[in-house]
Design a protein around this ligand. Structure first.
Ligand code: AMP
Length: 278
């Protein structure tokens, strides 16, 4: 695996692979890698001969009171995992490579970013969009793989690539979960083993809502019951529990067809998200 830190060296390496007709799959991450990230690498390998993973903790997508400073940084372990997964290039840019010193760029796709996570994290998607676009233009991949765990981000990034016609196909990859259903996340490292065990209740609650909807229970009643369960199990602040359309993210209140149940909430001051397709 080549570890590359500058955009010039990256450009050379990418040019070399493109010159011999190799396709490139790109997996952007913020590091502290787990099997969810590795599942994206494996997905990328199905589409392209060359896989490029980036690790960059993007401070622009963190709010003022969020965990940018304490976000887990485990570069040695990450490198070992990526080597084992036979990744070709690890791109490790510094902030200089990613943020320009010019006036700040602001990008938005308002119809997708003003709901769900966009309500309580108003800076988040702007930060994602500007950095992902910059990384896209530096890596110039044929495919970019994003996890469905961050489903809204997947939609936003897909829309970015499609509307700019930059020749990158964005692929959504399934959510990797622990045995108890807890969606894998770098933020799970803030919890003890017992807490992680307990946190299986999030996935079971989402599955229960889905089951009730299949049994023809009214959507509002199923969501109300789900909220009650989440709060009873220790969610201290529920940002949202909603069913939205998987294509345009519009709210669904009468029928759940083509819907996804979206959850975001805090457990012990750590914000977690998850979703289940109906
Ligand atoms: P992050 O490092 O948290 O920014 O995530 C980098 C990429 O990994 C994003 O596309 C995430 O959606 C994806 N990802 C994170 N956790 C999971 C998971 N449990 N299953 C699938 N993809 C994931």
């Amino acid at each position: 695996m080549e570890v590359i830190k500058t955009k010039q060296s990256l450009q050379k390496a990418i040019d070399g692979h493109k010159a011999v007709g190799k396709k490139i799959a790109f997996i952007p991450t913020m590091g502290n890698l787990h099997n969810g990230h590795i599942s994206l690498v494996l997905q990328g390998k199905k589409y392209a001969e060359i896989t490029v993973v980036s690790i960059f903790i993007n401070k622009k997508q963190f709010g003022v009171n969020e965990d940018f400073e304490s976000y887990p940084r485990t570069i040695e372990e990450d490198i070992a995992k990526l080597k084992e997964a036979e990744v070709d290039i690890l791109y490790l840019p510094t902030e200089v490579e990613v943020f320009s010193s010019e006036y700040e760029l602001s990008l938005d796709i308002p119809s997708l970013t003003k709901v769900l996570c966009g309500i309580t994290r108003p800076n988040f998607f702007g930060g994602v969009l500007s950095v992902v676009l910059k990384l896209f233009l530096q890596v110039r991949p044929d495919f970019a793989i994003f996890g469905k765990k961050d489903y809204q981000q997947l939609k936003v990034v897909t829309s970015l690539a499609n509307s700019l016609d930059i020749g990158i196909k964005v692929i959504g990859s399934e959510i990797a979960r622990e045995k108890n259903g807890l969606a894998m996340s770098s933020r799970n490292n803030y919890f003890t083993k017992d807490e992680k065990e307990t946190l299986g209740f999030i996935y079971s609650t989402l599955c229960l809502i889905k089951e009730q909807i299949f049994k023809n229970k009214d959507i509002t009643a199923a969501i109300t019951e789900g909220k009650k369960q989440l709060l009873q199990h220790g969610i201290t602040k529920l940002d949202y529990l909603e069913i939205r359309d998987r294509d345009d993210l519009s709210l669904k209140t009468t029928t759940a067809s083509n819907g996804i149940i979206f959850f975001a909430g805090f457990y012990k001051n750590v914000r977690l998200i998850d979703n289940v397709e109906v």
